[in-house]
Design a protein around this ligand. Structure first.
Ligand code: GRF
Length: 199
């Protein structure tokens, strides 16, 4: 099983996936940011990297088409957004329908979009977490594969809560991808992900 990972920066989720030594091949790491630290991490692991600079494309659709061509050059079975901070066009999302996963730092459908930890604290929620979901044209609203829950403590600030969620992300994403390789979950036609009950 071949995956391409798209990143925008630090790449800590990429690092967690690599450290997990999953029974799959990360065939490339691609970013729109030449200075994304995760590119250096990929190179340390001997993984091919590509940079598709958004500035080089006048239209979002042109960027997405160049990104798609770079991805398809590696013939992945799955495309994984790991800390990827761009909105993708409907054409791109349609092309990877059912083959495009993202990890979002909240318990969707709560807190789609940005600044999720700040918003969770403002709302006074008792639990927070992260979601691995399929990407659809509606931002942060695709079929949910799995979620990881963390408690919110009284003394939490945005940084402490973000750190607790991030360490849960680093457990959840490898768990989901290992289960993907082992066919322990499947995206059904009704748009729901079903886990085999012996998982
Ligand atoms: C993570 O919180 C992830 O959920 C969000 O981007 C943040 C940074 O991810 N999408 P990474 O450290 O670059 O993997």
């Amino acid at each position: 099983r071949r995956i391409v990972v798209l990143i925008s920066g630090r790449g800590s989720n990429l690092g967690a996936l690599l450290e997990a030594r999953l029974p799959l091949q990360v065939v490339a790491v691609i970013s729109h940011k030449a200075d994304a630290a995760g590119l250096g991490l990929a190179q340390e692991w001997g993984i091919p990297t590509r940079v598709i600079s958004a500035e080089a494309y006048a239209e979002r659709t042109d960027f997405d088409r160049a990104l798609q061509q770079a991805i398809d050059g590696f013939a992945p079975d799955l495309v994984v957004l790991a800390g990827f901070m761009r909105i993708l066009t409907p054409e791109f999302v349609t092309h990877y329908q059912g083959r495009l996963l993202n990890i979002h730092p909240s318990l969707l459908p709560a807190f789609p979009g940005l600044h999720t930890h700040r918003r969770a604290l403002a709302e006074g929620v008792a639990v927070h977490g992260c979601t691995v979901h399929f990407v659809t044209s509606e931002l942060d609203r695709g079929p949910i594969v799995a979620q990881g829950v963390v408690p919110v403590w009284a003394g939490d600030d945005e940084a402490s809560l973000a750190a607790r969620v991030l360490s849960m992300e680093h457990r959840l994403f490898p768990h989901v991808l290992r289960a993907w390789v082992e066919s322990r979950w499947v995206l059904e036609a009704n748009g729901h992900v079903r886990w085999r009950d012996d998982s």
